[in-house]
Design a protein around this ligand. Sequence first.
Ligand code: NOJ
Length: 547
Amino acid sequence: MWQVLIKISLLSLCCAAATVPGKPSSSVRHFPNDFLWGVGSSSYQIEGGWNADDKGESIWDYLTHQNPEKIVDQSNGDISADSYHQWRRDVQMVRELHVTSYRFSLSWPRIMPGGYMNQVSTAGIKYYSNLIDELLRYNITPMVTIYHWELPQRLQELGGWTNPEIIPVFQDYARLVLEMYGDRVKIWTTINEPWHVCEHGYGVDYMAPSYNFPGIPAYLCGHNLLKAHAEVVHMYRNEFQQRQGGRMGITLDTSWPEPRDPDSAEDREASERAMQFYVGWFGHPIFSKHGNYPKVMIERIRNLSKQQGFGARSRLPEFTMEEIHRIKGTSDFFGINSYTSNLVNSNGHNNTGKFPIPSFNHDMGVVESQAGVDWPGSGSVWLKVYPKGMYNLLMWIHREYNGPEIIVTENGVSDRGGLEDYARVDYYNLYLSAVLDAMEDGANVSGYIAWSLMDSYEWKAGYTEKFGLYHVDFNSPNRTRTPKISARVFSNICKTNSIDWSYRPTLNDEQLVVAARLPAESMEPNSASTLNWSLSLFLAILLAWHC
Ligand code: NOJ
C-alpha cells in the first residue's frame, strides 16, 4: 500500500517539479571541458581596512560615514569581511570551490589615494600583488575588475563620472594597474555595471554618490564612462596586450524584462525597449555593428527633451563619428551580470503619471513590476527566481550582437542567513540549467562566475542580505568563514563540470557547530524555501523509490 502511495505522490510531485521554470529533464547535465568556472567579490564589499596604510577615501566611505541613515542597518564597509587581512583564507576558499577563476576588484583609492597618479600607495599595490601571486600559486586565474564602484572621493568632488576629466584620470589609473599586474592577470574588465554606476549613482538616490538628479547627469556619466572604457581598452591593445597576452572586456547588467502579456505586441515592444535602455545604452556603442547609442534611445530622448523645453540639444549627449568608431569593438567578451526578471508593459501612450519628468524611467517609458508573479522570492525584495529570464537574456545578447563570447560575470541569490541554504542550491542548479539551455541553442557562453564567494557588504542593504557561498561571522575578530551547503554543491559542480540534481549534502560536523551558534534571525524563512521544500521532498521520495 505504501508503495502505491509513494507512486502517487511521486507522480504528482513530478508534475509539480515539472512546473518549476527551467527544471531540466535529466538529473545530470554537463558543461564543455574548457568552461570557465569562477566566484566573485568586490573590494569595498569585502576588504575593510578602509583607512589602512595610506588608503584614500572612496565615495562609499564618504556616503556610509556621512549618511549612515541611508543604509538599511546603518552599517559600513570599514571592516566588513576584513579581506585586507584575511586574503589568504579567501584564496583557500576559492581553492575549496574548485573554480578555475576568482573575480575580484581593485580599490582605486587604495592604490591612488587621491585618484591621481601623483600619489601611489606602495601598500595598496602590494596587497593586490600578493593576492594575485597566491591565486597563481594554485593555478587560479585572477579575473580583475578595474572599477567596481569605488571612486576616490576627491574625484567625486570634481563631479565624478559626469566630468570628462574622469577619462584621462581613469586611464592613468588603468595604466598603473596594467603595469603592476598585467604580467600576471589575463582577464580584465574595465567597469562593473555602468548602468548602476550612472543611473543608480546620479539619477536616483540609491548608490553612491546618491546625486538624486534624474534625467541629465546619468547620461553625462554614461558618455564619459564609455569613452573612458574605450580609451583604456585601446591603451591595453596598443601597449600591453601583445606582450602580456590577456583579454579585456566590460561587464553590463540587467534584469530580464519579460513582456507582461506575451501576446501583446505593445508589451513585447516595451520589453525590447527596456533591453535597449538597460543593455543597449552601453552595449550598442561597444558591441553592435554600427556603434553609437540605440536608435530608440536617441530618438525618444531627443523628442522628449524638445517637448520638455530643452531646445534642440538632447539630454543624451551625441558622439562624433570619430568617437563612435573609437568605442565600437572595444571588448574582447561580453560580461553580463543578472539575477532576476520583471514583468514589463508600456507606460501607456501618454507616458504620464508614473515617473519624474525628465528621468531615465520616463525616457524609457516602461513599467516594471514583479507584482502577481508566482516566482519564488529571496532575501532581497527585488530578486525573484525566474531562470527562464536568464535563458531569454543570453539569447537576446546572442541575437542582438551577432554571437559574441559571453561570460556570466555575476549570478546568484540572497537570503537572510544560515548555512542550510538549499534555496541557493536550487537557484544555482536552475540558473545553470538555463545557461546550458542557451548554450545548446547557440549562445556562446564561455564562463560563469557565481556571486558571491562570501557574505559581504551588500551596499544600501548593509549586512542584511547574504549572497555568499561562505558564511562570514561578522562578530568574530577574524571574520571566520564557514562553507554553506551551497559551497559544497557549487564546488561539486565545478569539479565535475556538471549539474547534478541529486547531490544535496547535509551539514557536516564543522558546519553543525557553527550553525548551532547562529542567531535565530539569521534563519528567517523566505519564500524561496517553498521551492526548496518541494524539491527536497521530491528528491527524498525519489531516493526512497529507488531503494
Ligand atoms: C551586482 C553588483 O556588482 C554586486 O556588487 C552586488 O553585490 C550584486 N549585484 C548583488 O546585488
